[in-house]
Ligand binder design. Structure first.
Ligand SMILES: [Zn+2]
Length: 524
């Protein structure tokens, strides 16, 4: 627009940056895309900001009204108010998918085989406020970062939404406790309604115990980076990450960066953050989660970092086309980047690092004392007459289901003395299911065949068939993780549950059992 044009209305971009969408224009654009493509785009709100604005989202998929059995991907934008280019990137993605559906084969295939969620502005209050500082050095911009939630006992406003998530919140010097700080973490985890809305949405995508969202990008500016978890520690493989996940997270991140020319690294390589979103997404939900720091490269000034001229919107967002399509494609099975599609992206995979819906004592008939039953947790080394009865590690990562987990007891107090059972959530098998496989721990002192560890398949009507078992023997057996398998061909196309039962039926025989890394592999 020419010099001398009328001043911008409240909460709008200045005429020189009029190609940026303000909040109302963003909503109008999303709704227009839905109106033009109602079969593949559904617009909804995941909840309200502190000031009551909707946090708008869209689902993009074929048969968009139905929750199909397709891998889900999430992209969100604008946790930080001044990072306006992220909204443009989210709108670019919406248009890329909707406008090319039916004409571009690769995009059509992605929309048909995925359920894609886009959240366009996690922080709408900050978004609006950032365009109202007429007295700033760069009016109307405020260079605002946080939300607009007041803080008790101070005039300092706002919480850094990307330090308020409920995972290792405030743990590690990666945020501040002072409300006046740019990276104020809030008075407690989830104190910001915007963070609660996002967490609740993500948790709503757990179906039959399994998180449907497989991969996620949160869009930020700036620096042209692809960052993988964790932010809270500089350790590459801390105890709350499995080695295979770290390998896949890094390879997938580097694959994206190879397509947009960004730099890929662990989040903490940039700087340590705690309570941030990607740590929560991976730590609590095991979603392959990334921060993208968009254009421009790092500059000395907040004003040039966060307010690139609107002429840069088109080149800076379209530059990410190939990386976004790669993310949506590979993100359906992030383990594919390390060659584990068949093993880890079949009908069921549980590395037991988070709770995925197993029930202890599902029939109410277990006879083992409560402290000895299967429990989900961290293993403790236990020895008996010089033999390791329980190892100090899960088969992978940190956690597993095992008997006798309470610490501080003697080996004999751990003893099972009865039966203990766990049962999975329902699992839908394809027409030609691959095998069931699992890691098991089976240890005992002098024992007999009245002690056993067995795996059963329960069909949709509750009928159980034993598919695998190991029994006790007179010799002492030390606790070591081994792998068991069983065919599921008899239940092809059916819905099943996996049932695991350990039984200490003899007297005076020490018995311990554990289960980890359960999978039903891809069809053969
Ligand atoms: Zn940011």
């Amino acid at each position: 627009m020419a010099l001398g044009a009328a001043p911008a209305a409240a909460a709008d971009f200045p005429p020189k940056d009029s190609l940026y969408h303000n909040y109302d224009e963003m909503v109008a654009d999303i709704q227009a895309v839905e109106a033009a493509h109602p079969d593949i785009v559904h617009v909804f709100s995941i909840g309200k900001s502190f000031q009551g604005r909707d946090i708008w989202a869209a689902k993009i998929s074929d048969n968009v009204a139905i929750d199909e059995a397709e891998p889900e991907l999430l992209i969100d934008a604008l946790h930080h108010a001044r990072e306006h280019l992220t909204v443009e990137q989210a709108l670019y993605l919406l248009h890329l998918l909707a406008d090319n559906y039916g004409t571009d084969t690769a995009i059509t295939n992605i929309v048909n085989t995925r359920e894609i969620w886009i959240i366009f502005a996690v922080n709408p209050d900050g978004f609006v406020y950032d365009l109202t500082c007429t007295g700033s050095s760069h009016p109307p911009y405020c260079a605002w970062r946080k939300n607009r939630q007041p803080n008790a006992g101070t005039s300092a406003v706002g919480t850094d939404l990307n330090r308020n998530y409920d995972y290792r919140w405030g743990c590690c010097g990666g945020s501040f406790s002072s409300p006046s700080s740019l990276t104020y973490r809030g008075p407690h985890p989830n104190s910001a309604p915007e963070v609660r809305a996002l967490e609740a949405f993500v948790m709503s995508r757990v179906v039959n115990g399994i998180q449907q969202i497989k991969a996620h990008i949160t869009l930020h500016t700036n620096g042209q980076l692809v960052l993988w978890p964790y932010g809270y520690t500089r350790t590459n493989v801390p105890i709350d990450m499995t080695a295979i996940d770290q390998k896949a997270l890094a390879a997938f991140g580097r694959g994206m960066a190879a397509r947009n020319g960004y730099t890929a690294e662990q989040s903490s390589d940039l700087y340590v953050t705690d309570g941030d979103q990607i740590d929560w997404m991976y730590g609590r939900q095991r979603i392959f989660s990334y921060t993208w720091e968009l254009y421009p490269p790092e500059t000395p000034s907040v004003w040039t970092d966060h307010y690139p001229p609107d002429e840069m919107i088109a080149p800076a967002t379209s530059r990410n086309r190939a990386a976004l399509l790669y993310f949506l494609s590979v993100g359906g099975c992030p383990y594919s980047v390390v060659g584990l599609t068949k093993q880890n992206c079949g009908p069921f995979f549980d590395d037991m690092e988070i709770r995925r819906g197993w029930t202890v004592n599902p029939d109410g008939t277990d006879t083992a004392p409560a402290s000895a039953r299967f429990a989900w947790g961290d293993l403790h080394p236990t020895t008996w007459r010089g033999q390791t009865i329980q190892t100090d590690r899960a088969a992978s990562g940190r956690y597993a289901f095992a008997t006798g987990l309470p610490s501080g007891l003697s080996a004999w107090s751990y003893d099972l003395d009865g039966t203990t059972t766990i049962r999975s959530q329902p699992i839908a098998l394809p027409a030609t299911p691959g095998p069931l496989s699992f890691s098991y721990l089976w240890a005992h002192g002098p024992s007999s065949t009245s002690d056993s560890l067995a795996v059963w398949i329960e069909d949709h009507s509750g009928v159980r068939t034993r598919v695998w078992a190991i029994a006790g023997s007179p010799a002492t057996v030390a606790g070591t993780w081994r792998r068991g398998t069983a065919s599921l061909d008899a239940w092809a196309g059916q819905q099943i549950r996996i049932v695991v039962q350990a039984k200490d039926g003899g007297h005076g025989s020490l018995v311990e059992a554990g289960i980890d890394d359960v999978r039903v592999e891809e069809p053969t």
